[in-house]
Write a protein that binds this ligand. Structure first.
Ligand code: LLP
Length: 436
């Protein structure tokens, strides 16, 4: 099992994260528990900021909140000077309540609701990333009513087929996101935005998918975009200032994964964009990215307690834990693969093949289909699953009336609650016993 950031085996032989012994974390906060390595998140952001800089144009990094979001996380993002990418009124409201500067917020979504656009315009957010033509009607109408002009980027689809799971691919000629670069009326759409009294057209956005290992796909996308920007300037005289390349930088989950260090990927993107800027001379001014997983993915570890071990007649060994697809649906949804260890036996190499299964009423409730745990694993042991910082808490559910686990941030030997554990009463809070 690969350990990240401040995770290590301490002098007692236990896994510790942020200087806190995970066996102590479990005593205090119970299981299942999401543990976030705060220092690791901070140093990752610092590395990204250092690499994603150019003397030729401005750069901005927006954290993609969909990976992991809470008011505390937003404060951390603010303290690091990043922008924030939100994708719903709920994420926008969370940012607003956390006091995040609204002029650093970017709103996404392929079907933004009228009330979400209204909220964004009222809050004075930086950018709305326009997905489709119907949305332009809505933004214009809302801005006219409010007498406020809104800056937008257009989400374009450069038709790059990145090698990732098809559910998390967001580009290609049949994608539900954005407007294809090959669509006949794209010029008309851009002209309309550029001429609009209520819209400030700033440029293009693209996001070609998530968990992408080959940086060449980002370069292909940049290439397509700059060719188009050149055409736009030559044929329509429209100068695009901003390009946002989205997120999608892949991270290590399991043996065999070999992502390039994020700083190398970002430097490649900067170098290539500088070359494009010099080649085309189109008045380009700003390059943005929106990483989510690469900021928080490896920083998260989920702790579970083993409640049972079952050997099936078919020869499969199940290790049952006290969570499951309600706190991590990624295995069921994308056949994601993870690594795990027992927190006081991390270096035990005498292992066996196991399936780490949850407690929910569903055969697909598996966290690790083909895993390895020590042969000595027993009921009561604490299992740590790594790389659960992205898209686990945010995709969690109350299926089977499971209570969502707490999230704690650990740093310098201290643990702080970022999200409280749900209670039984939380589960029935919105229920009504109606008249029969
Ligand atoms: N920007 C846009 C417009 C996006 O759609 C996404 C992710 C990101 C940025 C951040 O991508 P990241 O850097 O985190 O790869 N639930 C899936 C991932 C869905 C990603 C959706 N969009 C999973 O668990 O793998």
């Amino acid at each position: 099992m690969k350990l990240f950031g401040t995770s290590k085996v301490n002098e007692k032989g236990n896994l510790s994260i942020g200087g806190v012994d995970t066996t102590e974390l479990v005593k205090e906060f119970k299981t299942p528990l999401y543990v976030m390595d705060q220092e690791f998140i901070e140093t990752t952001i610092d590395k990204m900021k250092k690499a994603f800089k150019s003397s030729r144009f401005n750069t901005r990094i927006a954290y993609a909140g969909k990976a992991f979001l809470s008011t505390g996380m937003i404060k951390l993002v603010e303290s690091k000077g990043l922008d924030l990418d939100v994708v719903s009124g709920g994420e926008l409201y969370t940012a607003y309540k956390a006091g995040f500067p609204m002029n650093k917020v970017h709103l996404h979504g392929n079907n933004k609701l009228v009330n979400e656009i209204e909220m964004a315009v009222d809050f004075g957010i930086d950018t709305i990333v326009v997905d489709n033509e119907d949305e332009i009607d809505k933004i214009e109408r809302i801005c006219r009513e409010k007498g406020k002009k809104q800056a937008v980027l257009v989400r374009i689809d450069p038709g790059i087929e990145a090698h990732t799971h098809h559910y998390i691919k967001t580009s290609g000629l049949t994608s539900k996101f954005g407007i294809s670069l090959f669509q006949d009326n794209l010029f008309d759409i851009i002209k309309r935005l550029n001429d609009s009294e209520w819209i400030e057209f700033k440029g293009f956005h693209t996001h070609i998918g998530s968990q992408i290992f080959q940086s060449a796909f980002f370069i292909f996308a940049l290439d397509e975009i700059f060719k188009y920007l050149d055409k736009l300037k030559k044929e329509l005289g429209i100068v695009v200032h901003t390009v946002n390349m989205g997120g999608g930088f892949g991270v290590y989950y399991k043996e065999g994964d070999d992502p390039k260090p994020i700083e190398e990927v970002l430097s490649e993107i900067i170098t290539y964009t500088e070359a494009m800027e010099i080649k085309y001379q189109i008045g380009f001014k700003e390059l943005c990215i929106e990483p989510g997983r690469s900021i928080v993915g490896n920083a998260g570890t989920t702790l579970y307690e083993v409640g049972g071990i079952k050997e099936t007649v078919g020869g499969k060994t199940y290790v049952f834990i006290d969570g499951g697809m309600s706190d991590n649906i990624r295995t069921a949804l994308y056949q994601a693969e993870y690594e795990a260890g027992v927190v006081n036996k991390i270096n035990d190499t005498d292992v066996k093949d196991v399936t780490l299964a949850g407690k929910l009423c569903e055969s697909g409730d598996i966290i690790i289909e083909k895993g390895k745990l020590p042969k000595s694993t027993e009921v009561g042991d604490i299992v740590a699953v790594t790389t659960t910082g992205a898209y686990c808490y945010t995709m969690s559910s109350n299926y089977n009336r499971m209570m969502r686990p707490a999230v704690v941030f650990v740093k310098d030997g201290k643990a702080k609650v970022a999200v409280k554990r749900e209670t039984l009463d939380d589960l029935i809070r919105n229920d009504e016993i109606f008249e029969l």
